[in-house]
Design a protein around this ligand. Structure first.
Ligand SMILES: [Zn+2]
Length: 476
């Protein structure tokens, strides 16, 4: 799979998934792309130079949302557990890593070139028409495609001052290998016993022939991956556990359960070393697409690295006093794809007082702004109190202070970026030392004293967090 979330080094073709019945999601890609740019979530990269194919820059709201998602992943996978630790490995490392992992020889896509227009395409993406003729998607010429050749998808570079092949190195195509090559060091220093996991968040790079769907598939992307090392006899149990646990995590971010599904790979989709792999898929408006992969990698990676490095990468079982090669279960998800899925899923349109409204129903834990503080007017008399309220709330939440335009337009703007709560300071505040909290989803307003504001905000934010079922409640 080439998908950002997965790591299969043996084949890079996208198994299936981007077709299916229309879903309940309201937003299409154009709507979200436009909102993301207009409000400062995602910009085309280097737009003043006309952008760059499939590269994006994240703006002020985008970075906040990404930090939230990253933090939630790290908290769930590392901080709240005793059996997982983290690493941050180098993006450009010893190229032997990629020989051992299989990426140098197998991480390829079949590439064809049109003899007429020199356009390049993935051979497995071209379909013959009714007459069985393959037409060029670019110039329309029939039968002009050359023979497919295997194209390696790793982005390579030259390290050092001499530009010859001796300096050839690669930008990592996945973060996973950083955990495998550090297995011994982490095991020794953290003194973890099986089962235990190693987690990492970081950028990866793939020289995709075709890129599409906004930030769904890009050449540079950010992965959140965890390698869970366990006893071979218990690996299938752990695979089931992680399928459920990862589904729970997505529910916790606010993804609507009806827009998520778990799909087990069919035997012909599985790698030769994998006993089981499942995808967590999202029901986009254009069909189902992969969000996260939960792969059973067997002992493939540790065995490969042991062979190529000559080091023993095993675990000494204290009960049997035997060296075993642990099996690995790997939940791997792309941060960019999580963000896109949340934006699409949260997008909604409704009507308030006869007026159309766009609202992002993001969970408070992922929303880029948690509370907006809005003085009713720009009059100087309100400013000191409003600023005081804002700095009080800033100690705990991401706060935006906005005193431009009419209050109605400011509410709309906050609704459109998914801010769960607005706090309004008005002229009565000066007398009664109370403010108004307005909820995004219901537009309901309540008046609370400033002294009780923090508690009231916390209570409301908690109430807005999605319900997460327990592990037992999840049926797969
Ligand atoms: Zn052509």
């Amino acid at each position: 799979m080439t998908d950002a979330a997965s790591n299969d080094p043996v084949t890079s073709s996208n198994a299936q998934g981007e077709e299916g019945p229309a879903s309940g999601m309201k937003a299409d890609l154009e709507t979200i792309t436009s909102l993301a740019k207009r409000r400062g979530f995602v910009f085309p990269s280097a737009e003043i130079y006309g952008g760059f194919a499939a590269a994006y820059d994240y703006g002020p709201l985008g970075v906040e949302m990404r930090r939230n998602i990253r933090d939630l992943w790290w908290r769930a996978m590392v901080q709240e557990r005793d059996d997982i630790v983290g690493v941050e490995a180098a993006i450009i490392t010893n190229p032997q890593v990629w020989t051992a992992s299989g990426h140098v020889s197998n991480f390829t896509d079949p590439l064809v070139e049109c003899r007429e227009c020199q356009g390049r395409f993935r051979a497995d993406h071209l379909e013959p028409d009714d007459q069985g003729v393959v037409r060029c998607p670019n110039c329309g010429k029939a039968g002009a495609m050359g023979e497919p050749r295997q194209f390696n998808m790793m982005l390579s570079t030259i390290v050092g001052p001499v530009s010859d092949e001796s300096g050839r190195a690669y930008l990592r195509p996945e973060t996973a290998q950083g955990m495998f090559v550090n297995f011994e060091n982490v095991q020794t220093t953290s003194r973890k016993r099986l089962p235990f996991g190693i987690a990492q968040i970081g950028k990866s790079f793939r020289n995709e022939i075709t890129v599409k769907q906004f930030i769904f598939r890009t050449r540079e992307f950010e992965q959140m991956e965890m390698e869970f090392f366990c006893h071979p006899e218990r690996s299938l149990e752990w695979h089931t556990y992680w399928k459920k646990e990862r589904l729970r995590w997505h529910y916790g971010l606010g993804m609507r359960p009806e827009h998520l599904r778990l799909r087990d790979h069919t035997p012909d989709e599985l790698s030769h070393y994998s006993q089981a792999t499942a995808d967590i898929e999202v029901h986009y408006k254009w069909g189902w697409g992969e969000l996260e992969g939960v792969a059973h990698r067997g002992d493939y990676d540790l065995t490969q690295h042991a062979q190529h490095s000559g080091k023993r990468l095993t675990y000494l079982d204290p009960e049997t006093n035997q060296h075993i090669v642990p099996h690995v279960v790997e939940p791997a998800v792309g941060l960019d794809r999580v963000m896109l899925s949340l934006l699409l899923d949260a997008y909604d349109e409704d009507e308030i007082g006869g007026e159309k409204r766009v609202v992002l129903r993001l969970a408070p834990s992922v929303a880029p702004v948690t509370v907006a503080v809005l003085p009713l007017s720009r009059k100087d008399t309100l400013e000191p109190t409003a600023q005081r309220v804002a700095s009080m709330l800033r100690k705990q939440w991401k706060v935006q202070y906005d005193d431009t335009q009419s209050i109605g337009r400011r509410y709309r703007r906050q609704d459109e970026i998914g801010t769960p709560l607005c706090v309004t300071v008005d002229f009565d505040t000066l007398d009664d030392q109370a403010v108004t909290i307005r909820e995004r989803d219901t537009t309901e307003q309540i008046r609370v004293p400033i002294t009780g504001l923090e508690a009231a905000v916390r209570e409301r934010l908690e109430a807005l967090q999605p319900h997460v079922p327990s592990l037992d409640e999840i049926e797969i």
